[in-house]
Design a protein around this ligand. Structure first.
Ligand code: MN
Length: 743
């Protein structure tokens, strides 16, 4: 454990000040026990973190204290979360154990600290960010507070990100915009979401960020003047209504202005709504709706509204709990101005989301609890998605739980809310699994529509079923919801299993005759045919897409199938998209670090487009289907990937490792002077330079040839040497690496 010796008097002052700031922020009455526990947590954190320091030089413990303060002031959490936040890094970063936390603070706090510690765990899976996302979501279901504290932690780290190396900043930014910003949005934490996005923009697009900020600054005076002129006549009208109110004119966030610039493809000078007017009313719950509309009436008496921009989230709140009445009106000088009308309660929920919503939970008896049903959906999705991979989980999650919604009606006129983009077939599965399974046709507003029809607000749907109907493979293309997809898939699987039964029986007989152990034989064949599962194997034999004749390629040794020597496949790499690492050279595995960790823990491969070699500057990209790809930073695809999928890129570097080699491809062109040319090239490479040739192909036309040579080389220097030697040969006109770059 670090000692306190290195802590100076100055440090102690800083720590005490941070603690005092935290305690001042807690406005609610604390009971004796809470008070004692907070103090206890504080003392433990101070002694455990000892002389640890943040990058900025401050004593480390100021960080958890500040995180706790954010939990109180910006998320509205209570004493339990405060204690959890103070302790959030002790198990991860100090000698304090989980058991000690449990003993000192009991199971509730221990569970929160445990959750936070796990969230901080190392990425140890093939697709780190995706898996991390799933981890965060699973934690969310167990105790929402864990995720909320984690967000406060992330926010404080972002606020103090300071002088970190750029690649680390980029990684943190990508993870934040990938996981935390959408989640903050979904949980109704608008302020956090906005700040996350602003800081991310500042990191990823510093120039754009600066320009927008400057523009906001330089137009500030003028804007304030305009806002005042806009508000003045409103105030008069509102005073007359005798509703207590406050009215604010605030500039919009930099990131949201950037979003508009991108969407509308216009320069910032042409973005008219750089600010919004907010009218906040202080009225009792039962008068809320009436008062909001009264204010709407006052506003639209003064300024002409744009009807299609009216959004009424007072009558129907957003599914993340947001309530407000938005209208856009034509203000002085013909400018469009957005006016948001809400009550103090709605404002509190809009600012602090989840926790505030909980606070008002009792007041809103009768209304279904939005978060409860949202969390139920999360749970369902996690269950349904048990077997699928993390990337698919994310795409499901994003469509189903982050996206906008569409409101439709059952034949009885009951409203159902589905994710935006959902189809008629999604609706059928949404109503009931059986309705989905047996859907034969679907009517929308009394007209038949294709199953893949995209739902529109207000559609009235009727599903016609037949008990003989069952899901088909192409249905998967007609649904977007996780529920429908997983139900269709499990039905397909069951169907395949049934059909595969014949194949399984056939294989049992064959293996019995050959005296091969069944389980072992199955394993070998799955690998041999490069399949994913037993089901695929049995199905293949049943449908005769796989042939029992293939078994002739095996010997039986010790009841096991062993591939005959002459049947072992040549390594063919030329027509594959990427070169799997294991086919090149196993010792090469230790050569790459991804985010500073050995790359072999990921399922990675080299991108065929640029085929990087040791010495090349590289980065890692998480491809949607095929895992991690290593690209050269000067690869022609790199700019596009980094720009559009920044959140999927990771730092990668070479580290020295002995005896490793890599495959590089050269394209050689020249004048075709007969069979001699091939010999000269191959002799030069293999005999003179002692390099292994993996494959060689040549094509010729009108006295001209183009050859492609695949080589195993140890490093870039060696490759350059080969290229130089080849270029010196007679009748060779060019030698380039396969991606066309001249090395
Ligand atoms: Mn932390």
């Amino acid at each position: 454990m670090p000692t306190l010796a290195a802590i100076t008097a100055e440090d102690k002052k800083l720590i005490k000040a941070a603690y005092a700031r935290l305690m001042r922020s807690i406005k609610s009455e604390l009971d004796q026990e809470d008070q004692e526990n907070i103090k206890k947590a504080y003392n433990l954190a101070v002694s455990a973190h000892g002389d640890q320091r943040r990058k900025s030089g401050e004593p480390y413990v100021t960080h958890p204290l500040e995180v706790a303060r954010i939990c109180v002031t910006e998320i509205g959490l209570g004493p339990t979360a405060v204690i959890g936040a103070i302790l959030h890094d002790v198990v991860e970063d100090t000698d304090v154990t989980m058991e000690e936390i449990f003993e000192m603070f009991g199971p509730k706090i221990a569970r929160i600290v445990d959750g936070l510690t796990k969230l901080d765990g190392l990425y140890n899976v093939e697709s780190p960010q995706a898996e991390n996302f799933k981890k965060v979501i699973s934690t969310l279901v167990e105790d929402v507070r864990v995720v909320l504290i984690k967000m406060a932690d992330r926010l404080h780290n972002l606020r103090t990100i300071g002088v970190m190396p750029v690649h680390k900043k980029l990684r943190i930014a990508s993870e934040t915009s990938f996981i935390y910003a959408p989640l903050a949005h979904r949980l109704g934490l608008y302020n956090l979401k906005t700040e996350f996005e602003d800081i991310c923009l500042k990191i990823t697009e510093p120039d754009i960020y600066k320009k927008i900020l400057e523009n906001l600054d330089s137009s500030k005076k003028e804007r304030e003047k305009y806002v005042n002129a806009f508000i003045r006549p409103l105030k008069k009208g509102l005073d007359a209504e005798k509703i207590p109110f406050r009215i604010l004119g605030r500039p919009k966030a930099v990131s949201s202005i950037w979003g508009k610039i991108k969407k509308k493809k216009v320069p910032i000078e042409q973005i008219y709504d750089l600010f919004a007017i907010r009218v906040i009313l202080d009225v009792p719950l039962e008068k809320e709706k009436k008062s909001c509309w009264e204010v709407y009436s006052v506003v639209t008496d003064v300024y002409k509204p744009i009807p299609e921009r009216l959004k009424d989230w007072v009558t129907t709140p957003k599914s993340n709990g947001y309530e407000s009445l938005h209208t856009t009106v034509v203000g002085p000088k013909g400018k469009f101005v957005e006016v948001q009308i809400r009550t103090e309660r709605m404002h509190d929920i809009a600012e602090r989301g989840f926790a505030a919503h909980w606070k008002y939970k009792d007041v809103q008896d009768g209304k279904p609890n939005l978060y409860d049903s949202w969390l139920d959906n999360v749970r369902e999705l996690l269950d349904a998605n048990g077997e699928a991979n993390s990337l698919e989980f994310i795409s499901d999650f994003k469509t189903n739980l982050f996206s906008k919604e569409v409101f439709v009606y059952t034949p009885n006129g009951d409203m159902r809310v589905l994710p935006h983009g959902a189809t008629a077939l999604d609706f059928a599965f949404f109503i009931h699994t059986d309705v989905g399974y047996h859907a034969t046709s679907i009517k929308v507003n009394n007209k038949l529509v294709p199953m893949g029809y995209k739902l529109k607000n207000g559609d009235r749907l009727e599903v016609i079923t037949n008990k003989n109907q069952k899901p088909k493979e192409d249905w998967l293309k007609m649904v977007v919801t996780g529920k429908a997809r997983s139900k269709i898939r499990s039905s397909m699987k069951e169907e395949r299993r049934k059909q595969g039964e014949l194949g399984r029986e056939g294989l049992i007989r064959k293996f019995k005759n050959m005296k091969v152990d069944f389980d072992d034989g199955v394993e070998v064949l799955i690998k041999h045919f490069k399949l994913n599962s037993k089901a695929d194997l049995f199905f293949g034999f049943a449908m005769e897409t796989l042939s029992f004749a293939e078994l002739k390629k095996f010997n039986v040794e010790n009841h096991k199938l062993v591939l005959k020597e002459e049947e072992k496949p040549e390594v063919i790499i030329a027509d594959e998209d990427t070169i799997p690492v294991q086919k090149i050279n196993r010792s090469a595995l230790t050569k790459i670090l991804v985010n500073g960790e050995p790359a072999e823990q990921y399922n990675y491969s080299y991108a065929m487009c640029c085929n990087p070699l040791p010495g090349d500057k590289i980065f890692a990209y998480l491809a949607a289907a095929s895992g991690l790809k290593i690209h050269r930073t000067n690869c022609s695809n790199a700019t596009h990937l980094i720009a559009n999928y920044g959140y999927r890129t990771m730092k990668a570097e070479w580290v020295a490792a002995a005896n490793s080699s890599f495959v590089a491809e050269l394209t050689i062109t020249g004048v075709d002077d007969g069979p001699g040319v091939i010999e000269r090239i191959t002799t030069t490479i293999s005999s003179t330079l002692g390099i292994n040739i993996r494959s060689f192909s040549i094509s010729g036309k009108e006295g001209y040839f183009e050859g492609k040579v695949s080589l195993v080389v140890s490093n870039k220097d060696q490759l350059n040497k080969i290229i130089m030697s080849l270029k010196k040969l007679d009748n060779i006109s060019s030698v380039v690496r396969s991606d066309g770059r001249k090395s």
